[in-house]
Design a protein around this ligand. Structure first.
Ligand code: LLP
Length: 433
């Protein structure tokens, strides 16, 4: 059998699919479905791969928490010395609630509000480590906010390096036509402007070229473009301390997808930094998916089987499960392929099924044309669901969001209760007239 994405943490023991040695069918039984289950060990191993490769260098790994922002996930990373890449005041509040260190937080995002800027400047003893600024207008706003508080805001400019990350158009962010970053040609002018503003302190440069990137070459192209700018900006008398190459490293969603391991990516980037005489610079990373995707699965129970007509008319077989696009939107939104495995293998011939949820949309599917031997009541695991699963979940169709369990040293810990229906409309008001 081909390797499972998520191995070695995810494995079959006989018929049973296990995460960290725990049979997933039993967890579904104990906690109900839909249920996200994460291996803390797998998350920490993924982080350690970056940290090991960066050892001996000035560096900071800032977990892009949009991938999975559950408090216990953040807490696990914070305890391992990790920083955080945030994109909202809400994410900052989560970092603080989970015990994260604001001095290790970089604040990304193309549209920060003045209130969020204030919150980020005032949190902790000295505010966040850095604002990744995406436009000259944002420089002006941040300057005014910082001055009004008697602070100086540390800034890095997010530059759009105009390189093709070769990924899905919705998650490619470093091309000229994207809304992100300051155009390469305008970057030196933007740095001069930043350096002239008394409420700002230039500390770095950053980029982020996309997500689910499966090659090293686009990173090296982007780094070269950043270093060209660093040289020009420093020649203009503005020192730049750190270089932040963003996140984006892909994971295997299937065994025929083999993105580079984090250590190879890091080694290639360090080598390029050295070759260009920038080895002393602090290097920042903002990985999201590559730290958490393969550490998690979404468990879902088969509700109904609806075989298509057996008359050769091409009718589809539908396997209707209790998880849906509101729990895991990646297939519906990006046509993402995510592996689906029965938690207990049946000794029966598989049929071809479209695995779909109960939501009232034809786009509500989790996997198409999957060979599965299934019966109602069986539990299926959607693999690699640790990233962009729960954080993108919604309450569409007034469906409460799933519960989450984290496996910690062989023990299952409930890290989020299943949402109660009453809480979904607790903040709503009837009209009183
Ligand atoms: N830094 C910035 C500024 C970002 O915008 C992102 C992701 C990251 C870091 C982390 O990228 P990662 O290492 O996770 O690829 N929902 C989509 C992915 C959207 C990524 C958005 N930005 C998906 O499910 O594929």
């Amino acid at each position: 059998m081909s390797a499972l994405p998520g191995a070695p943490h995810l494995a079959r023991a006989g018929a049973d699919l296990q995460l960290d040695g725990q049979p997933l069918a039993a967890l579904a039984q104990a906690y109900g479905t839909p249920l996200f289950v994460y291996s803390q060990r797998a998350m920490l191993d993924a982080l350690a791969a970056y940290q090991r490769a960066l050892q001996g260098r000035q560096h900071l790994v800032c977990y892009a928490m949009k991938a999975n922002s559950s408090l216990a996930v953040l807490q696990s990373f914070a305890r391992a010395g990790c920083g955080f890449d945030i994109v909202s005041g809400g994410e900052l509040a989560r970092v603080l609630a989970a015990g994260g260190d604001p001095a290790k937080v970089v604040f990304s995002g193309v549209g920060k509000t003045p209130a969020e800027m204030r919150q980020a400047l005032l949190c902790g003893p000295a505010g966040v480590r850095c604002f990744n600024v995406e436009s000259t207008a944002e420089l002006d706003t941040l300057n005014a906010v910082a001055l009004s508080l008697g602070r100086r805001a540390p800034v890095s400019l997010r530059v759009n390096p105009d390189v093709d990350a070769g990924t899905h158009p919705y998650i490619s962010t470093g091309l000229k036509g994207n809304k992100f970053g300051i155009a390469h040609a305008q970057a030196v002018g933007a740095y001069r402007h930043a350096a002239s503003l008394p409420g700002l302190q230039v500390v770095g440069i950053d980029c982020h070229i996309g997500s689910q990137i499966t090659q090293i070459a686009p990173y090296l192209d982007a780094l070269d473009r950043l270093l060209d700018l660093v040289e020009q900006v420093e020649a203009a008398g503005i020192p730049i301390h750190h270089v932040d190459v963003g996140g984006g490293l892909g994971v295997s969603y299937s065994s025929d997808e083999a993105p580079p391991q984090a250590d190879r990516l890091v080694a290639a980037l360090l080598q390029r930094l050295d070759a260009r005489g920038h080895g002393q610079r602090e290097l920042l990373f903002e990985p999201g998916r590559s730290l958490v995707a393969n550490a998690g699965v979404l468990l879902t129970e088969v509700l109904v089987l609806k075989p298509g007509a057996d008359d050769g008319s091409g009718g589809k077989n539908f396997c209707i499960v209790d998880a849906a696009m509101n729990d895991l939107v990646r297939p519906a939104m990006y046509e993402a392929w995510m592996q689906i495995e029965p938690c207990r293998l049946r000794d029966a011939a598989p049929s071809t099924w479209d695995v779909v949820g109960p939501v009232c949309e034809s786009g509500d599917w989790l996997g198409r044309d999957r060979a599965l031997a299934v019966q109602p009541g069986d539990v299926l695991a959607i693999l690699s669901a640790g990233a962009y699963g729960m954080t993108m979940a919604s309450n569409y169709n007034t469906r409460p969001r799933a519960a989450e369990v984290m496996l910690v040293d062989g023990q299952a810990c409930l890290i989020r209760e299943r949402e109660a229906v009453a809480s979904l409309f607790a903040a709503e008001r009837l009209i009183e007239r």
